[in-house]
Design a protein around this ligand. Structure first.
Ligand SMILES: [Fe+2]
Ligand SMILES: [Fe+2]
Length: 223
């Protein structure tokens, strides 16, 4: 009974993470499109964002490998568990997939906002890792602990380039409503979404991997 509850918790946690890692690199593709189009001479920033995308893809694959090893598919959690999904929805008024990349590319303020949202999400993720790596239940799973330790090493390099870019281009600090949205999304995930998934009877598992429907293209090939 205790073992089953532990397994359920770890599966829910890893399912939320793999979903978020996938959404992470999907949303970075939007940034890359805009940077390639508008700021092709800013090679330091392009290198940093490309590394960020590679890392998020790597994190996704680590969780995929984790599930493959335990012989289960992740739970079919949806965008209500996606930090970046919900933050983009609250600040841009649409989902990541509906984000108008041409508009973001053409409008500096929209691009700055997207950079601020990614930066906020990454800082939140970095702080959350400290909490998880202090948690006995999480660290009782050696494989999961190793994954979180790798992510912890990568995380600072994910938000610092956006901060530097915003500083260099007068893109502004995160606005109060962006910070408030981040706080609200985080609280609702931890206090409501995770407990409700743990208690949902017959929670379905995915039947295919998240990246099965990734669009083919040079960005993915470059990763
Ligand atoms: Fe990640
Ligand atoms: Fe990250």
């Amino acid at each position: 009974m205790i073992d089953r509850a532990r397994r359920r918790f770890l599966d829910v946690l890893a399912s939320i993470y793999i979903y978020n890692e996938h959404r992470g690199y999907s949303s970075i593709d939007r940034v890359l499109e805009a940077v390639y189009a508008r700021h092709s001479s800013e090679t330091w920033f392009i290198d940093a964002v490309e590394k960020h995308r590679r890392d998020e893809r790597k994190h996704y694959l680590m969780f995929r490998h984790y599930f493959e090893q335990i012989g289960r598919m992740p739970y079919a959690v949806d965008r209500s568990c996606g930090h970046i999904d919900r933050l983009i929805y609250l600040t841009f008024g649409c989902g990541i997939d509906e984000l108008d990349t041409d508009a973001v590319t053409a409008d500096d303020e929209l691009f700055f906002k997207l950079c601020r949202i990614i930066m906020i999400t990454e800082i939140r993720g970095m702080n959350q890792l400290e909490v998880l790596l202090e948690d006995k239940l999480v660290t009782s799973d050696e494989q999961l602990k190793k994954i979180f330790e790798v992510i912890r090493i990568d995380e600072p390099s994910h938000w610092m380039p956006y901060r530097d870019w915003l500083l260099k281009n007068n893109g502004g600090d995160p606005k109060w409503n962006e910070r408030a949205a981040d706080w609200a999304v985080h609280k609702s995930l931890v206090l409501w979404k995770v407990p409700s998934l743990l208690l949902t009877p017959g929670l379905k598992r995915r039947t295919e991997w998240h990246d099965a429907s990734d669009p083919p293209g040079p960005l993915l090939e470059a990763a």
